[in-house]
Design a protein around this ligand. Structure first.
Ligand code: GLY
Length: 369
């Protein structure tokens, strides 16, 4: 039996994350216990709909559940007010009631947008996440962060709204482009690096097989990632402290994403991978971890065929000073001070506000900025 279940014990907002191949076919059976009447409204994107919407419809119908669906354009540009209001008004047109369930069927963009729509529709309806990208399965579908982007920055408008169930069908990952899969893998590696050295060592051994399609390895990697995320979210649901650990690599990543215009020059998980390598480099420079640690991080990312260096990002990048300035726009700035997630070693991340800007500039300059 390849299926795994991770419980997220958040009192009245507790839910299960079910992980394994073939869950779309069983969507009806899995979702039925949540429903007051046999119908759901599904928000998805056009790419996911083309590949998988028929399978979801059939999976729901096998338990007598009807669905209506709205497919939004794929891509980060969807995560703004225009498509959000379109989605909310469509849900109202579908006469979704307080007791009904909205289904978010897609990657991180759809999960965040649909979760936020569910959070505000009729002051809050329940929703189910059916994440279809590796990134969404290991990160964005779990933990209740929902929202959209503002012209001023990413994810600046939103709400904490936990899903009622997450169905992570690992068979669906088979239709991802290799680059998208590896981008999601950047978030998987992040979990090993931030809190579980044994998991990182497991990834060093099993990463190539899971990238090549080994289903048992995929299920294991998703389940361990979700376990770690769930444990952190339960400790700190609204990110007052420990939850910031999940942002290992993200301070550098957000600056690089802003510098590349959130374009396909750099996918989010690629930026996370480069950001993790830079965060370990910075940790070693500050004497927190040994110099072998950043080398080991980069060696694994390289072995997986991932971007590890600024030079791997196509096109020109701003200089180190401009990148540091972009980091200052990060949500993690508190009272003007930039917070970094650094590490005392692989699997031992910590949050600190105590980083001299000059050390960050040195790391960026040595990385080629
Ligand atoms: N993706 C980071 C978090 O959920 O806190």
């Amino acid at each position: 039996m390849m299926e795994r279940k991770v419980h997220v014990p958040l009192d009245s907002r507790a839910y299960d994350v079910v992980i394994g191949p073939g869950l779309l076919e069983q969507a009806g059976k899995r979702i039925a216990p949540l429903l007051k009447r046999p119908r759901v409204a599904v928000l998805t994107d056009e790419t996911v709909a083309a590949h998988h919407l028929d399978a979801l419809r059939a999976g729901l119908a096998s338990d007598g559940i009807e669905m209506s669906a709205l497919a939004l354009p794929p891509g980060e540009a969807t995560k703004g007010w225009p498509q959000f209001s379109r989605a909310v008004e469509w849900l109202l047109d579908q006469k979704v009631e307080r007791g009904d369930v909205v289904v978010a069927f897609g990657g991180g963009v759809i999960g965040d947008l649909a979760g936020f729509a569910a959070a505000v529709l009729r002051r809050g309806v329940r929703f189910v996440q059916i994440p279809t990208s590796l990134l969404a399965q290991v990160d964005s579908s779990v933990g209740g962060k929902t929202g959209i982007n503002a012209p001023q920055g990413k994810n600046l408008i939103g709400a904490f709204h936990q899903p009622s169930l997450v169905l992570a069908d690992t068979a669906v990952l088979g239709t991802l482009e290799a680059r998208d899969f590896l981008s999601g893998y950047g978030e998987v590696v992040k979990y090993g690096l931030l809190g579980d050295a044994e998991f990182f060592a497991w990834l060093e051994d099993n990463g190539p097989a899971l990238a090549a399609g080994d289903m048992a390895a995929r299920v294991e990697a998703v389940a361990r990632s979700v376990q770690m995320k769930a444990a952190i979210v339960v400790r700190d649901e609204t990110e007052q402290g420990d939850r910031a650990l999940l942002n290992l690599g993200h301070t550098f990543c957000h600056a690089l994403e802003a510098a590349t215009g959130y374009s396909d020059r750099l996918l989010h998980g690629e930026g996370v991978a480069i950001g993790c390598a830079l965060a370990f480099e910075l940790s070693a420079r500050l004497g927190l971890c040994s110099q072998e640690d950043p080398s080991r991080v980069r060696a694994h990312l390289k072995a997986m065929g991932m971007k590890t260096d600024l030079a791997d990002i196509p096109g020109e990048l701003p200089n180190a000073e401009a990148l540091l300035e972009l980091m200052g726009q990060d949500k993690k700035v508190v009272e003007g001070q930039l917070r970094f997630i650094l590490a005392r070693g692989i699997g031992e991340a910590l949050v600190t506000g105590d980083v001299p800007p000059e050390a960050v500039l040195d790391v960026l300059r040595d990385a080629g900025a």
